[in-house]
Each structure stands twice: as C-alpha cells, then as structure tokens.
Design a protein around this ligand. Structure first.
Ligand SMILES: [Zn+2]
Length: 266
C-alpha cells in the first residue's frame, strides 16, 4: 500500500481509498524495533494511534512515526508515570500542542497504587483540560477509578473522549455512553465476560478497536503482538454483539475516520 505524502504538520495527506482498520490504542515505543513495527502496520493496510506514556516514549514514538503516515503518534502521561510530571505540567505544553490527539492519560487506582492519587489527579486534570481547550480527542485509561475519571472529564468539559479497555461498573459505563464517549475493545473480548457485556452496551457508532500492543495479549496469556489483533477484535466484537462482522467492521472504520477527520488527520 503506497503511503500518502505527509502534510505540513506530519498529518497524512488525502487517502480517499483507505479501507483498513485503525488500531486505536497501541504502544509502538514498547517494541524492540518501533520503526519496523510501524512499517508492518502500514504494510498490513491498517493505521494506528500510537499512545505514549511520558516524554521519552513520545519522542521514541515520534521518531518511529516519521515518514510513516499510517502511524499517528500521540502525547500523554500515563497515570503510572504521573509522579514525574506533577507540578511540572506547564513543561508539557509543547508536546500537547504538537499532538493531534492526547493520550494515554487517565487514573489508575489498582496497578498504579504506588503513585499518589493527588499526583495522578493533578496531571490528568491538566492534560484532559488542555485537550478540551484545544478541541482534541483524549484516549483515557480508567482502571478502578472510573467514577473519578468521569467526574474529572465532566469538570474540565472534555467531550471528545475515547475510553480505552473499560473494565469498570456498568452504571458508570452507561453514564459515559450518555456523555457521547467512544470506547476501544480488544484482546480481552474473548476472555472476559465483562468486556463482552460492555461491548454489547456501547452503541455501534461509538465502537473502536485496539490491540494494546505489544503488551495486551501477552498480559492475558497469549503470545501475539501483531496488528492482526485489530481484525480479530472486530470478529470478537461481532460475535459478542451478534452482528455481521463485515457490517460491524465498516461501522468501526467509519467511527475511526470520523475521529480522524475531526482531528485533522483525514
Ligand atoms: Zn496503554
């Protein structure tokens, strides 16, 4: 697949014929050779939103994405990395300004328990707030902090939101759906009944797929770390929802491209 020329901001040029899927959550910087993986994603006909977790991972992601329009590098501070940036949020401004979407950001009260909640809250509030002011989508991690994430997003008036791998209470999921958020589903669909229940609840026009590569599937006991996991997620979603896979795939592609258009990427 021939790559469209990069636009002035590094955004892909027009590619009216894009028929592939967008992997809406991957961590390119965690591959041993991020540039080679970026090439593999482009060769597969897919595109990806490559989330960073701090400044060094963003710079590594940017380097891997250079000249590869299939990869959209995004800046974020993961809650597990928040302590390094709490109190220094203004230093993040140039990275936020350059990033077409903001992520990964959020709160984590389970796996990042060693990071004080106050530091997590402070960094998340600032980044989500700047995303809202800039009119950008943010990709949000919510582990065991779903109610507080929702409160914060509402408080800073962030409405362009993609919730990544939701695994919280169904009541809060319902409130997030009411807010108009998008949701990514991926590797857990075939293993967690909770993910399938959430996937049935989200309206079709808010569904996205993710791989959370290269850590998602191995963390669940699998071994794959390839972009094909995005197509597998579509099939698993279709099975969970009792939907026709081809129809659902088209819908997910349209949803992804809507966000890309609104982000100046398509
Ligand atoms: Zn992630």
């Amino acid at each position: 697949m021939s790559a469209a020329p990069a636009g002035p901001t590094g955004a892909p040029g027009r590619r009216a014929a894009f028929r592939g899927l967008v992997d809406f959550h991957t961590h390119l910087h965690l591959y041993p050779d991020p540039a080679a993986e970026a090439d593999a994603i482009a060769a597969s006909g897919a595109r990806c939103v490559a989330a960073s977790v701090d400044v060094p991972s963003y710079l590594a992601t940017l380097a891997a994405a250079a000249g590869r329009p299939a990869v959209v590098p995004t800046f974020g501070v993961h809650p597990a990395r928040a302590l390094s940036y709490a109190g220094r949020e203004s230093e993040l401004e140039p990275y936020l300004a350059a990033s077409p979407l903001i992520g990964e950001i959020g709160l984590d009260h389970l796996w990042a328990r060693d990071v004080p909640r106050e530091a997590q809250r402070r960094v998340f509030e600032r980044l989500a707030g700047r995303a809202a002011e800039l009119g950008r989508y943010c990709v949000v991690h919510t582990k065991a902090a779903e109610a507080e994430v929702l409160e914060t997003l509402r408080a800073v008036r962030a409405s362009r939101v993609v919730i990544h791998w939701y695994s919280g209470p169904m009541g809060i999921l319902g409130r997030m759906i009411d807010e108009g958020y998008y949701f990514t589903f991926g590797c857990s669909l075939r293993r967690w009944p909770m993910s399938r229940a959430a996937a049935r609840r989200v309206p079709a026009e808010r569904l996205l797929v993710e791989t959370d590569n290269p850590v998602g599937e191995p963390w669940l006991g699998g071994s794959r770390t390839d972009i094909g996991l995005a197509e597998r997620a579509v099939r698993d979603l279709a099975r969970a929802r009792g939907a026709a896979p081809e129809e659902l795939r088209s819908q997910i592609r349209r949803n992804s491209m809507r966000i890309f258009r609104e982000s100046g990427l398509a």
